[in-house]
Every structure is written in structure tokens, then in C-alpha cells.
Design a protein. Structure first.
Length: 569
């Protein structure tokens, strides 16, 4: 569910839940809007805007609130990425809030533990736990992009109160909590009762309190980064990870920093599509759009087999490149400029057979789960596009141990190191103090000619994220669909994992039988009519848009904000 803060001007607000609802709010001027997956978190973001905070302030408050209301998807034990649009300069800026591997981690450490490329460690193994980057990035987002009118402590207070007083668990969250209960109740998890009620996952409507998480927030609010990466919390993190066989140290936490980076972008039909640079997989979205721009898609409908085939083939080519080259550019060379060149896209597009599914491999460019996404736009036109995640549901499933009974904290550690490749000659091979390949990717759209903000958006769901982004952008920019229709369009995805493409094309419920039959005839291995809770594999998404630019290829708009969201049962 989403919420909007409005004082005038017609705002069309739509959200899609298990049953669809819509409403129109009319008042005199727009002061801002937010979009996220939990109504309590959305209201907290709106309250921050009402208090004079800007989009970045609201985003941090929402991030903390979602840690409370949707802990299987996100939290301080995970990572985040942020894009911020500055309305005065019309510039998009990026913060990489992903953590690095422990300094002592190496491929040899995996080999000594009995793991290899052919025998991967369990996703919950402590060797897969990287330094949590979210805490530092929340602080940096507030300091670098915030309004300056609210302190960091003031921004975290609503989440502290929510965790202390409790919240009613929503039906979808209760389902996800129950489905992943096995992550929390493992014997090796010393604090497995911290996120349960009487040893069970909370039911829909039950009040869940997290006072120990509130204590963690308070340490961060009072002491800033040092409150998390040094002292009692840091000691508890290291004790928890090392007790299970990890190699993290206090120095690994103390040395951690997020990084301010230049975002990457490409232009599609007069619109700039913005992503965070590698180690994130946002480059996959841009690679795909560049290839699609080289193809003749005129006359093809969004549910036609010909269109789905071409997009699927473009995605396969893009994933083959990003899985090969996307890694930590501070440690290895990533040929980002070559990958995003239009010339390279033209060469890659010629490999697509318009009538037959094909196997693909990475090219040679020139050198030159579970997640939350949310966004906010303030009355000044600033926007913050933000993704926070612990990777798998509850991440590693390891809940922080207690160092001192007087000081209890609640953190569920991410397992982002799962995305390292246990292959010595691979750019994404594990080594000390290195960021792994990363799946979470916030995005933005601006007008090509003058960099006016058009949208902040994101799709959640592992390797579905770039696929969902491509389909949303194409539905709006190519087919002229308004955002809610673009989000509601039946979706498809190519099967992909860190090991590569599995050759399967998955179709959500809603595609006509003749489309499915034609795709099978093209050589695709189709798994179709995916419905119910299985739809989660196609992700969820939110978008805030400015104007109605999708109605015109000239991309002209006016300053009306709309937000849209898609949730699945």
C-alpha cells in the first residue's frame, strides 16, 4: 500500500493488492508523495515530509520502518543502494551502500571449509555473510542529501516507536514469515526466538514487538555510524559470524564505508534511464534497452509472442554479459563504458534470431529473493529511489547473538556473499574486502533534452529486477501505457541464476494460449500460467511519476505527482 501527501491538485493514487483498490484525492497543492510496500512505513515517510524533511529524509525513515514491518526482506543487517535527484541542479547522484567481504575471506577459505564451484556452501553459511552496509548508507543519505531540517535521531524515532510499541502484521508479510520460518528456527541460531511469538511466526493481525531492534536503532540514532560499526553492536556482529565459521573481524566493520558514485545511464526514445553502477546489476537493464532500441518492434503488442521472444532474447544476451563482467570495480576492471556503447548493442542485437530461441554467451566489449523498494518525491521536486535488502528471506537466517544481557540487539544478517563466484579466474571471485555482484537496483527516468525528472521506480525480486524494469519502461515508453497499467501487465522472465541461464521462459497468468503455444514453437521451454503466491517470483514494484509523459513520444509533462504500486498475494 502507498500513501500520498496532498494539499490541492488532482492526484490519482492507485495500489494493487490481492483485491484492487483505487482512489482519487483532490486538494490545492502537492507537497510530496511516497510509495512503498507497507502502509505504516508509507505514513512514516509522509509524516517526515510534513515535518519539513525532504525526499532523502523520508526514504531513510521508510527504510527503518520497513526493517520493522517487513524484516524478512530488509534491515540493518543488509545492504542498500540509493539514487537521489537534485531538482536544483537536475543531477542524479548515487550511493553504493553495499558491504564488503571480510578482509580474511578468500577462495581458499571456501576450499578449506569443503566448498568449491561444484559444491557450493549452503546459502545460510556464515562465509556468505558480508559486512552490513545499510547503516552507514542511511547515515550518508541523510548527511549528503537530506534537508538539514531534521536530525538523524528524529528521522529514526518513528521506527523506534513502531518497534517498541508493536505493529499489526499484514497478511502478505505473515505468509512470507511463515514460509521462511525454517530460516529462523535452526538449532545453530542462538537467538531464534527473537523474531517469533511463542516460538511461531506471527499470524496476520497479530501485534509484533521488536524492542531489541529498537535498541539497535537507538544506538545508531545516538552515536551515528560508530554506534553500529564499533562498540557493543560490532562485537555482537563479529561474535555471531565467527561462532558459525565466518572470518569477520572488528576491523572489517570499523573500516566499512559506503561510496558516492557517478550513476550510469542510457537513452531510450528520448528518455534517460538511470541506474547505480557495478557492482549492481542495473547495467543489465541498460544493456537490454540498448539492444531493444536496435530491433524493429513496431506493430508488436506487449502480449504478442514475437515481442516477448525479442525481449527475452535481449535479456539473455544482457545477463550473459552482466554475470561475466559485473563485479567490484575497485578490485577488478569492469568494462562499463564498452558494455553500454550503442555500437556494442548493435553488434549484440545481430545475434538475435527473430524466429528461434537461442543459446547465448557473453561478448567482448571494448574497454573505455527478497528485497524492498521504495521512493519519495518532495515539494521541491527532489526524488529518492531506494532499495534495501538482506538478499534471501531473513538473509542468512542468523539472528545476532547477545554479548551482554544488559544490551540486546536484533539484527538478521544478509547472505550477500552467496553471489560470489567460486571460480579463480572470474572477476566476481571472492577475495578480502571485496563487494560481490549485487542484485538490488533502484532506478530513475529523466527527460533527455533537459534532465527534468519523469519517474522514480524500482522492481523487487532478485534477478527479476532488471527484467521487471525493462518491461515497465517498455510498457510506458514504447506502448504508451499509464504506470498502473504498465505495472499490471502480465509479466515474463527468463530463468537466470548466478550459474547462468537455465533456458526456461516463465509466464505469469494472463497470457493468451496462442501466445504460449507460439513461444513453445519458437523453441522456448515455457512454464506458463503462474498464479497465486507463486507470482512473487515476478517481483513487486512501485513508481512515482511526474506528468503524463508516456502519452507522447516527445515526452512533455507537467508537475503533477502520481504514485503506483504492485503487490502480489
Amino acid at each position: 500500500m502507498q500513501s500520498a501527501l496532498t494539499f490541492s491538485t488532482a492526484i490519482h493514487c492507485v495500489s494493487v493488492l490481492p483485491s484492487s483498490t483505487s482512489m482519487k484525492i483532490t486538494s490545492a497543492r502537492v507537497n510530496g508523495t511516497v510509495a512503498c510496500s507497507q502502509p505504516l512505513a508509507a505514513q512514516i515517510g509522509i509524516d517526515i515530509l510534513k515535518q519539513g524533511g525532504n525526499a532523502a529524509d523520508a526514504a531513510v525513515a521508510i527504510a527503518a520502518a520497513l526493517n520493522v514491518t517487513e524484516p524478512m526482506s530488509t534491515g540493518l543487517g543488509g545492504d542498500c543502494f540509493c539514487l537521489f535527484y537534485d531538482s536544483e541542479t537536475k543531477q542524479v547522484k548515487s550511493i553504493n551502500g553495499s558491504g564488503r567481504s571480510p578482509g580474511a575471506l578468500s577462495l581458499d577459505e571456501f576450499h578449506k571449509a569443503g566448498f568449491s564451484r561444484d559444491k557450493l556452501p549452503p546459502k545460510v553459511h556464515p562465509l556468505n555473510i558480508t559486512v552490513p552496509g545499510a547503516a552507514a548508507a542511511w547515515v550518508d543519505t541523510h548527511e549528503l542529501f537530506g534537508s538539514g531540517k531534521l536530525t538523524f535521531s528524529e528521522i529514526l524515532q518513528p521506527a523506534i516507536q513502531l518497534a517498541t510499541n508493536g505493529f499489526p502484521v499484514s497478511p502478505l508479510t505473515a505468509t512470507q514469515w511463515k514460509d521462511n520460518l525454517h530460516q529462523l528456527i535452526r538449532e545453530e541460531n542462538p537467538n531464534r526466538g527473537e523474531m517469533l511469538i511463542n516460538g511461531e511466526s506471527p499470524r496476520a493481525g497479530e501485534i509484533m514487538k521488536m524492542p531489541n531492534l529498537a535498541s539497535t536503532f537507538q544506538e545508531l540514532a545516538t552515536k551515528g555510524k560508530a554506534g553500529f560499526y564499533e562498540g557493543r553492536i560490532a562485537e555482537a556482529v563479529v561474535e555471531s559470524v565467527r561462532a558459525g565459521g565466518g572470518v569477520m573481524t572488528l576491523d572489517d566493520l570499523k573500516r566499512h564505508n559506503s561510496t558516492m558514485e557517478d550513476p550510469i545511464c542510457t537513452s531510450y526514445r528520448g528518455i534517460k534511464v538511470w541506474e547505480c553502477p557495478p557492482n549492481g546489476q542495473g547495467i543489465t537493464t541498460l544493456l537490454t534497452l540498448n539492444i531493444l532500441e536496435e530491433l524493429d518492434l513496431d506493430g508488436l503488442g506487449p502480449a504478442s509472442p514475437e515481442y516477448i521472444h525479442l525481449v527475452a532474447e535481449a535479456l539473455k544476451l544482457s545477463f550473459s554479459d552482466s554475470l561475466q563482467f559485473c563485479a567490484d570495480p575497485a578490485v577488478v576492471h569492469v568494462p562499463t563504458e564498452g558494455l553500454l556503447s550503442k555500437e556494442y548493442a548493435r553488434k549484440r542485437s545481430t545475434l538475435i534470431n527473430h524466429k528461434q530461441a537461442s543459446k547465448v554467451s557473453h561478448g567482448s566489449p571494448g574497454h573505455g529473493g527478497d528485497t524492498v523498494y521504495f521512493c519519495a518525491v518532495d515539494c521541491h521536486g527532489n526524488a529518492c529511489s531506494f532499495t534495501n535488502s538482506t538478499y534471501d528471506a531473513f538473509g542468512s537466517g542468523l539472528v545476532q547473538r547477545t554479548v551482554d544481557l544488559l544490551y540486546r540487539y536484533l539484527l538478521c544478517f544478509q547472505n550477500r556473499g552467496t553471489l560470489f563466484q567460486l571460480q579463480e579466474d572470474h572477476p566476481n571471485c571472492p577475495s578480502g574486502s571485496k563487494r560481490s555482484f549485487h542484485t538490488i537496483i533502484p532506478s530513475m527516468l529523466t527527460r533527455d533534452e533537459d534532465d527534468v525528472l519523469l519517474a522514480a521506480y524500482g522492481i523487487m525480486g532478485g534477478f527479476m529486477q532488471p527484467q521487471g524494469q525493462v518491461q515497465l519502461v517498455m510498457n510506458m515508453c514504447h506502448f504508451g501505457q499509464e504506470p498502473q497499467t504498465a505495472l499490471d501487465q502480465p509479466r515474463f522472465r527468463v530463468g537466470v541464476s548466478l550459474e547462468g541461464l537455465d533456458g526456461t521462459l516463465y509466464l505469469e497468468e494472463g497470457f493468451p494460449p496462442e501466445t504460449i503455444e507460439c513461444l513453445s514453437g519458437m523453441g522456448h521451454v515455457v512454464k506458463s500460467n503462474i498464479t497465486g503466491t507463486e507470482r512473487q517470483e515476478f517481483g513487486r514494484g512501485q513508481i512515482i511519476t511526474r506528468g503524463d509523459w508516456w502519452l507522447s513520444l516527445e515526452v512533455y509533462g507537467h508537475p503533477i505527482l502520481r504514485y503506483y504500486g504492485r503487490l502480489r498475494p
